[in-house]
Design a protein around this ligand. Structure first.
Ligand SMILES: Nc1nc2c(ncn2[C@@H]2O[C@H](COP(=O)(O)OP(=O)(O)OP(=O)(O)O)[C@@H](O)[C@H]2O)c(=O)[nH]1
Length: 414
């Protein structure tokens, strides 16, 4: 739960903000109606994710509250009746994150949108690639003020090294003119590699070359910024690129992830499995394993489907942990498939470990002892479907031979 400080003297506006912010399950609203109460709250050393403050309060008519909140290093969004250029410049110079005019109900939803963005930013890491220290510092400070973690590189070569070391970087903001490797070249090289297809890239360059933005976007960047830029433009371009990225992640999850277990679904398994099958000659091996819980129907029938669901999810969790380096998916109800490109020996060892773990585990709150059967196909086949069919036939054998075993029978994995 994140605390949000709301400072607003008009009761109606305060109520609207309290309702909008309070209806977000991640936020707890702490509201103050005047400057005096802000002082009191500040004495309590509460951690605030952000503050939404009215510029003019009866006991602080000249924006003193903004200064006070910023002094406590709280990211601040200012609410104001109107804003002209001198006010805008002075607010931004003070270090305000953004300002919103109270002219429509949309404004208040925009406030919540910014707060929600700040919350999500806590788990975002951005790489800034820029050879000019001044420009790099401007961008880094803006990103940090919006609670984004920042790493820096001075050119494209360094950026590639950083990205390899820190795979959790979600976005790259890159200048073009840099020694050793330019921004275009960096974008081009990144887009050639499969692991960087979903990386969000914003190109940056100074005015002067009118086709620079087109060149950046054609090389694979998602957006472009011309230096010098306004703080607002920087933030809204970065934020909207992050939102597009998150939307794509959500769509990907809806299409490819099984809701109950959180592991990949059958669609993903087949799509990725086909790719691996085509390239199987490049790998140490190609094994297809089919896992099925034994006498699982009995659990549903005696304890209900909710316990059955918990059991399936727990079972999938053990699979995920054991076969972390392989392609794993939920094939059907309580059937799971692992497609491995590791050596047969390595895969056999992990199947044996998995069987051991399942036998030692007590499942769900009912402490159920369960077993599973496994069908494995290590043989080279002419298609993925044929490999899956062979593994399925072996699974059938494992069930027929009494369950709780691996087929083809092997003393090491049984
Ligand atoms: N709770 C729950 N049950 C599921 C789900 N998907 C499939 N099932 C149930 O899984 C059970 C599978 O039963 P069977 O195919 O007879 O297999 P089994 O009882 O495990 O017996 P063997 O496989 O022969 O050892 C059925 O009762 C399905 O309704 C699910 O998502 N949640």
């Amino acid at each position: 739960m994140y605390n949000i400080l709301v400072v607003e003297d008009t009761a109606v506006v305060r109520k609207i903000l309290e309702n909008l912010i309070g209806s977000n399950p991640f936020f707890r609203c702490v509201s103050c109606k005047d400057f005096a109460s802000v002082h009191e709250v500040m004495k309590q050393n509460v951690d605030f994710l952000a503050a939404v403050v009215d510029l003019n309060l009866p006991d602080a008519p000249n924006g003193e509250v903004v200064e006070e909140v910023l002094r406590h290093r709280i990211p601040t969004v200012v609410l104001t009746g109107s804003v002209d250029e001198p006010l805008r410049a002075s607010l931004l110079a003070q270090g305000v994150l953004d300002y919103i005019t109270k002219d429509a109900s949309y404004s208040y939803r925009q406030v919540v949108k910014i707060l929600e963005r700040l919350r999500k930013n806590l788990s975002i890491k951005v790489l800034v690639v820029e050879d000019s220290l001044v420009c790099s510092n401007i961008m880094c400070n803006l990103l940090r003020k919006a609670l984004i973690e920042v790493v820096v590189a001075k050119n494209g070569v360094e950026a590639l090294r950083v990205l390899e070391k820190e795979p959790d970087i979600k976005m790259v903001i890159s200048d073009h003119y840099m020694p050793e490797m330019s921004g275009f070249e960096l974008v081009r090289q990144l887009r050639e590699q499969p692991q960087y297809q979903n990386l969000t890239i914003i190109g940056v360059s100074a005015q002067g070359d009118p086709v620079m933005s087109a060149k950046f976007i054609k090389s694979g960047a998602n957006d472009f910024l011309t230096k010098p830029f306004y703080q607002e433009e920087f933030y809204w371009r970065v934020f909207s690129a992050l939102e597009s990225m998150e939307m794509m992640e959500a769509i990907h999850k809806a299409v490819y992830v099984d809701v109950l277990t959180g592991i990949h679904n059958r669609r993903y398994l087949f799509e990725q499995g086909e790719k691996l099958f085509i390239e199987k000659h490049k790998f140490a091996g190609f094994g297809v394993c089919m896992f099925d819980l034994d006498e699982f129907k009995e659990v549903n029938d005696s304890l209900g489907h909710l316990i059955g669901d918990q059991l399936i999810a727990q079972f999938a969790g053990i699979l995920k942990k054991t076969f972390a380096d392989d392609l794993l998916g939920r094939y059907g109800g309580e059937e799971f498939v692992v497609i491995s490109t590791r050596s047969e020996e390595a895969l056999r060892k992990d199947i044996a470990n998995f069987m051991y773990t399942v036998r030692c585990t007590l499942f769900t709150e009912k402490n159920l002892a369960m077993t599973c059967s496994v069908g494995v196909c290590f043989e080279p086949m002419t298609s993925l479907n044929e490999s899956l069919g062979a593994a399925d036939a072996q699974l059938y054998q494992a069930k027929a031979f009494g369950r709780n075993r691996v087929e083809p029978y092997d003393s090491e994995v049984a």
